[in-house]
Write a protein that binds this ligand. Structure first.
Ligand code: ADP
Ligand code: RBF
Ligand code: MG
Length: 318
């Protein structure tokens, strides 16, 4: 990982990464990856030039980008695979992007989601941050200068770029999202192994929402039918320390209960993001980190921007 100051140029790759959502077998919508819109707006308003360089034909880039308000105008340069001799992993497309931006390749930061793209960026002697489209493949991206789990984790100041200014007390506000259902049995190790009980929810009805949001540690409010509304901090993902095969949804309600509440209806409104899920060298360090997450969530939830969601009618609905 490199940290040095640069003159403030960025080159954004395929990362405007879109996701195609099918409805009745027709392409009807393209969703931006979480954090993509935030990143583009931030860099644009700070005057950082951006290029979009993708192996896709120029025509299809234009079509995809047209779904996103303001994106086309945010890029000084857009290059398709049909505009250079050889596509990624060849560095051609990045050299051409730098040439059109009138910026030295070595002053460019590439953000990439694919292996050929990382290879191309490094061959062009650019800095490369990888955001693998499949998180479980991140170990393959060793050639990148840094591998992050999602765009929410991008720290622009590491690359000499103007830092994001939207973090509040170590939390990042997100557009609220909602999950609910009966509390199910997990692996039974939250309380036993960690001393931290988590009221697991089934992921079955939420595959779209979970695919849309990065794995990580989030917080918000929990409504437990007939019992009240509580602060909540949660992990969503594969729990790298335990290397689960399936994603789990694990909210820890910040309240002392005298009994279990398996089978009861639990509703969550998720209002902020804290950090990516990570592995830990020891169980003690995992536990210490989760307690730190709890303190961060507990105090952030007092802020009006987060506390207002305590009154969300979803939490009381059945
Ligand atoms: P499991 O692996 O089955 O989820 P845990 O050890 O994580 O088991 O314990 C979770 C259970 O503990 C919840 O389903 C709930 O019934 C109970 N529980 C008690 N206090 C809490 C709390 N503060 N937050 C979440 N769950 C709690
Ligand atoms: N598990 C991990 O492997 N890595 C993590 O970074 C991690 N963070 C967590 C944060 C919070 C707030 C909570 C409640 C749990 C976290 N866990 C993490 C999940 C923990 O491993 C999980 O609750 C146990 O697997 C019990 O099922
Ligand atoms: Mg649990």
């Amino acid at each position: 990982m490199l940290t040095f100051s640069r003159d403030g140029w960025l080159k954004l790759e395929t990362l405007w990464v879109h996701r195609l959502v099918t409805m009745k077998h027709r392409w009807c919508n393209i969703k931006a990856l979480p954090g993509a819109n935030r990143l583009i707006k931030h860099l644009k308003s700070n005057g950082v030039p951006m290029a979009l360089a993708s192996n896709s034909p120029r025509e299809s880039i234009d079509a995809k980008i047209s779904f996103h308000d303001g994106w086309k105008d945010s890029f000084s340069v857009i290059i398709g695979g049909d505009e250079v001799r050889t596509g990624k992993p060849s560095p051609d497309i990045f050299f051409e992007a730098a040439r059109r931006l009138k910026i030295e390749p070595s002053s460019c930061l590439v953000i990439e989601d694919s292996l050929p793209g990382v290879t191309a960026g490094k061959a062009a002697e650019m800095e490369v941050v990888a955001v693998p489209s499949l998180p479980k493949q991140s170990h393959l991206f060793t050639a990148a200068d840094e591998v992050i789990n999602s765009l929410l984790d991008l720290q622009l100041e590491k690359w000499g770029l103007p830092p994001f200014a939207d973090w509040v007390e170590r939390t990042l506000p997100v557009d609220p999202w909602y999950i609910g259902g009966p509390v199910i049995k997990g692996f039974g190790r939250g309380s036993k192994v960690l001393g931290i009980p988590t009221a697991n929810l089934s992921t079955k009805d939420y595959s779209d929402l979970l695919a849309e949001h990065p794995a990580g540690v989030y917080f918000g409010w929990a409504g437990l039918s007939g019992r009240g509304i509580f602060k909540m901090v949660m992990s969503i993902g594969w729990n790298p320390y335990f290397n689960n095969k399936e994603k789990t949804i694990e909210p820890w309600l910040l309240h002392e209960f005298t009994e279990d509440f398996y089978g009861e209806e639990l509703k969550l409104v998720i209002v902020g993001y804290i950090r990516p899920e990570v592995n830990f060298p020891t169980l003690e360090s995992l536990i210490a980190k989760i307690h730190e997450d709890r303190r961060v969530a507990e105090s952030a939830l007092e802020l009006p921007m987060y506390s207002s969601h305590k009154d969300d009618s979803y939490l009381r609905s059945s």
